[in-house]
Design a protein around this ligand. Structure first.
Ligand SMILES: Cc1ncc(COP(=O)(O)O)c(C=O)c1O
Length: 423
């Protein structure tokens, strides 16, 4: 009988990891209060809960003018539009991210230019940004991926030199800090998602942090059907002109949930940080595992999920096989995103979207050479569920024990997998 759960052995972890999102009576009370108030939606913008959320979220991240909105995709579209990045402008995005990072600038009419990542951090590589710059480049969207942060010093230096807008995609970076400065407050904008899987969630929602009160007023107007708003994204200012906008407002019910989430957030973030330091150390002892480099300027880490890399040859199994085996051991994990140039989504004939149809020369994915993103996506990256950090050292110990067990039985697992493939 095999030791491995995937081959019929017993599971390393028999207890399920804790569920997400966590909630208690405070969430029920907060939602009940909004229901009783009759002010459910986001109009007039900003409602009392939304205004409070804007204030408290900017405080949490340590700066900026926060404009809560429908999700963490429109945040980036709105950022482009507020900064007047639009039709035919080039926006540099990393190859390793969720599709929203490239879809959002396209929704604003801009062209995503996909560049490679840094092998050590899995975030956008500033050297590849520099190579991709053209006179049409107007913005960069670095993504702070998983539990990492992009090199914001190098990115801001490039942006200043070439007069570019920086929109930090912080969908995974609530609470993170670079040189003690909050993620999302370093660039011109910080885009946050509050979708169900995120470490601060309302089910669905997003927040755009803007560097200036003027940009926040523009963003508030764009998400409130074009109604003019006061500086900082405050109430409607009828003395000003309308602009083109849509309804991307956050509901008051969602804002109330986010406010309770913010109360819980600091304790959760501390626990994740503590347990992550512990897992870094434990994983670094396993042959074939590479713990991603921690940049010392990344002073506070946040953990949407915890990423590590394997060398499949040294570890003894392919990455996809490791993930399947880990799941079977009771340790939730994920193989991560596909490399952006492999997404069928943006191919002109398939999507029929305006930008790829008008600029097909930017979407020749088969000609793109993105070796680091390809290696991470197809062979190396393992994303452990954040839940392993929420039950103390014992949760991490189980995850590490499962990885060690798979490593020890790698030969048997690979042989079984090969047999299955031949059938
Ligand atoms: C890196 C990244 N950017 C943007 C988004 C988009 O956020 P939302 O789902 O709230 O639109 C996500 C969501 O999963 C994400 O992971």
């Amino acid at each position: 009988m095999s030791e491995l759960a995937i081959l019929g052995g017993s599971k390393t972890r028999t207890q399920p990891y804790p569920e997400w999102p966590v909630w208690d009576q405070r969430d029920i009370d907060a939602v009940t209060e909004v229901i009783r108030s009759g002010h459910w939606g986001g109009f007039p913008y900003p409602g009392p809960k939304t205004a409070e959320l804007a204030r408290k979220f900017a405080e949490l991240q340590g700066g900026g003018y926060a404009v809560p909105m429908a999700n963490g995709t429109v945040t980036m579209e709105v950022a482009c539009r507020a900064a007047e990045v639009g039709w035919g402008d080039e926006v540099i995005v990393p190859a390793y991210t969720f599709q929203a990072t490239a879809a959002a600038p396209m929704a604003a009419g801009a062209i995503p230019v996909i560049v490679d990542i840094d092998r050590n951090t899995y975030c956008i590589d500033p050297k590849t940004i520099e190579k991709a710059l053209t006179p049409k480049t107007k913005a960069i969207i670095p993504v702070h991926l998983g539990h990492q942060m992009a090199d914001m010093d190098a990115i801001m230096a490039l942006a200043e030199k070439h007069d570019l807008i920086v929109i930090e995609d912080c969908a995974h970076a609530h609470g993170a800090k670079w040189n003690e400065q909050g993620a999302g407050t370093i660039g011109h904008f910080g885009s946050f998602s509050l979708q169900s899987s995120k470490t601060l969630t309302t089910g669905e929602g997003g927040i755009l942090l803007c560097r200036t009160p003027e940009l926040a007023a523009k963003a508030a107007s764009i998400i409130d059907c074009g109604r003019p708003h006061a500086l900082g994204g405050g109430p409607e200012d009828k003395s000003m002109d309308f602009q083109i906008g849509g309804n991307y407002r956050l509901s008051e019910i969602a804002a109330a949930l986010a406010l309770v989430g913010i109360e819980r957030f600091p304790a959760q973030a501390n626990q994740r940080e503590e347990m992550a330091a512990y897992i870094d150390e434990s994983l670094s002892e396993i042959q074939g595992v590479r713990v991603l480099k921690r940049d010392l300027r990344h002073t506070t880490r946040s953990f949407y999920r915890y990423m590590f890399a394997i060398d499949p040859e040294d570890f003894g199994v392919e990455r996809d096989v490791l993930c399947a085996a880990l799941d079977a051991e009771g340790v939730g994990c994920w193989v991560g995103y596909e490399a952006m140039h492999n997404y069928a989504l943006f191919q002109p004939r398939k999507s029929r979207l305006a930008v790829p149809s008008a600029f097909p020369e930017y979407f020749k994915f088969e000609e793109m050479n993105l070796p680091e993103a390809t290696r991470a996506c197809e062979h190396e990256a393992v994303w452990l569920d954040e839940a392993i950090f929420r039950c103390g050292p014992e949760g991490v110990d189980d995850a590490v024990a499962a990885i060690k067990k798979i490593r020890k039985n790698a030969k048997e697992l690979t042989e079984a997998e090969q047999k299955l493939r031949e059938q």
